[in-house]
Design a protein around this ligand. Structure first.
Ligand SMILES: C[S@@+](CC[C@H](N)C(=O)[O-])C[C@H]1O[C@@H](n2cnc3c(N)ncnc32)[C@H](O)[C@@H]1O
Ligand SMILES: *[C@@H]1O[C@H](CO)[C@@H](O)[C@H](O)[C@H]1NC(C)=O
Length: 256
């Protein structure tokens, strides 16, 4: 990947990019590969208990499985959501009878497809990303699964798409949002999602443990941003909250 592409994903990749291109790019990136991740295709890949969890709970749609295999061939594969985490999100969306979902950071669309599969026929996933090449990897699988019509892909900065939804009068009409794009904008995405989500809806925020780096953010902009949002949600009376050590850490904010 060229450097501009690299910079685009840098903000969002953390462990993944660090691992994959770290050797070529030197210490700063490589150092980001260290730390603790519970991701079943990342840091916890060879952990026997992780395998046990997958063997005894993962019910992956065959096309999701194919999309995962294809994504694992991409150099940025560590950006992909953990499949067991995505399954939890789908179960939660079903539980609250979600119809309208926002995905902030699509990559190849593992979770986008996962959500589209669980939504009713008239459901929609507004899928926000800035990188069409990533989405093009996933698209054939979205149509193979027969749910492409439920996926409204918007290639532009997610903050612009969220503003457009608000301007279109869609405040408090969404049921579920998954925040998983550039980390420096996490607080902004959270605030906009809180406006777009209905009472009883759920905002899930990925990478809240950031490979363990939240314990000592130093002056790293991404880590500081994640830590800032974690602390903000902890005392946010607008939501109930659970922070789970699954994948790279996910926070569930339940809008009151
Ligand atoms: C961690 S990946 C998303 C993984 C995805 N949720 C999944 O299910 O596998 C982050 C994505 O955010 C995208 N991204 C980065 N900056 C963005 C921005 N400002 N607006 C929208 N998407 C952005 C990147 O192109 C990348 O595809
Ligand atoms: C939020 O938590 C309170 C106290 O535990 C509970 O009574 C309430 O039902 C919860 N609301 C939601 C939407 O989860």
């Amino acid at each position: 990947m060229d450097l501009s592409n690299l910079q685009k994903v840098l903000g969002v990749t953390g462990l993944g990019l660090g691992l994959v291109v770290g050797v070529g790019l030197g210490k700063r990136f490589f150092s980001q590969s260290h730390g603790r991740s519970f991701k079943s295709h990342g840091g916890a890949k060879d952990d026997p208990l992780t395998k046990y969890v997958l063997q005894n709970s993962l019910r992956e749609h065959p096309v999701l499985q194919k999309l995962k295999q294809r994504t694992l061939e991409d150099q940025n594969y560590l950006m992909m959501v953990a499949c067991e985490e995505a399954q939890l999100l789908a179960n939660l969306a079903t539980l609250i009878k979600a119809k309208k979902v926002i995905e902030i950071g699509v990559y190849t669309g593992y979770n986008t497809l996962n959500m589209a599969l669980t939504l009713p026929a008239d459901g929609v996933v507004v899928a926000c990303d800035i990188n069409m090449d990533f989405a093009n990897i996933g698209k054939p699988f979205w149509s193979e699964a027969g749910v492409e019509h439920k996926i409204d892909l918007r290639i532009k900065p997610a903050s612009e798409t969220l503003d457009e939804l608000l301007q279109a009068g869609e405040a408090e009409t969404y049921d579920f949002a998954f925040i998983d794009a550039d980390k420096v904008n996490y607080c902004l995405y959270y605030e906009k999602c809180l406006q777009l989500i209905r009472k009883g809806g759920i905002i899930a925020i990925d990478n809240v443990l950031w490979g363990g780096r939240v314990l000592s953010p130093g002056n790293d902009a991404e880590t500081l941003s994640i830590d800032e949002l974690n602390k903000k949600i902890a005392r946010d009376s607008r939501v109930n909250v659970s922070m789970l050590a699954i994948g790279d850490g996910v926070t569930l904010a339940f809008k009151l």
